[in-house]
Write a protein that binds this ligand. Structure first.
Ligand code: CA
Ligand code: CA
Ligand code: CA
Length: 234
């Protein structure tokens, strides 16, 4: 079996990170409703810098206390062509919205090594603490998985998604806001360019198929390989 494993390893594709979900908040206008639809490579965005999967942000933040405002360039995806509007989601009345969240569902089947990143800009009384939790049952229950505090100015936030989320079709990722201290109407927290990156879990069947295909110079070699595998299994 050791020989077969070495052969297989040679054909495993390099584990490049793939942009699975991307929110750039660009399909919106200043003061209007934020663009909570993910930007995707295919329809309707046809954005080369978009994600593979379409999904939508939902929130329990007080209606009327958030909208679309000037965005951030930090953490824009490579190849994002949808940048001219330069919009982001902006939150006000932070003190009255501590404990609220934004979240999105994603089908993480075949994905592992996932990382959630986004740009945030917080003024003095915005949400200085932002926490990450995830659900593997479609949002029924959440598990805390990280938190950052003392956020001020424009910063990149990075959360590693725990391995328990790998390959989960009913994955939901949530960012919860806290430490907000303003009751005013000025903008206190901006969120932009949310990326969920991951690597594709190699499918054993595909790897074996590729191996047979690559060795398929002639029927004889293929039969030799099958016989070899059978011998090793026996
Ligand atoms: Ca943006
Ligand atoms: Ca969009
Ligand atoms: Ca778009």
């Amino acid at each position: 079996m050791a020989g077969a494993l070495i052969l297989t390893a040679a054909f495993v594709p390099r584990a490049n990170a793939t942009l699975l979900v991307y929110f750039n908040f660009e399909d919106a206008t200043t003061g209007g409703a934020p663009d909570f639809n993910a930007d995707v490579v295919g329809a309707p965005d046809f954005n080369p810098g978009g994600g593979l999967q379409f999904t939508t942000i939902t929130t329990n933040y007080a209606a009327g206390a958030f909208d679309s405002r000037a965005g951030l360039t930090l953490n824009r995806s490579a190849g994002d062509i949808d940048i001219t509007a330069n919009q982001a989601v902006a939150f006000r009345h932070s003190s009255q919205n501590n404990g609220t969240w934004i979240q999105f569902a994603v089908n993480a089947t075949f994905f592992q090594n996932m990382t959630l990143t986004y740009a945030t800009n917080n003024n003095g009384n915005g949400f200085g603490t932002q926490s990450f939790s995830y659900s593997t049952n479609g949002g029924a229950t959440f598990t805390a998985a990280g938190s950052v505090s003392g956020l001020t100015g424009t910063q990149l936030v990075t959360f590693a998604v725990p391995t328990l989320a790998n390959n989960q079709p009913g994955l939901v990722l949530r960012i919860t806001f806290s430490s907000g201290q303003s009751s005013g109407n000025d903008i206190q927290t901006i969120i932009d360019n949310i990326q969920l990156n991951g690597t594709v879990i190699p499918e054993p069947a595909t790897v074996a198929g590729g191996l047979l295909g690559a060795c398929g110079l002639c029927w004889h070699q293929r039969r030799r390989l099958i016989r070899l595998v059978r011998l090793r299994r026996a």
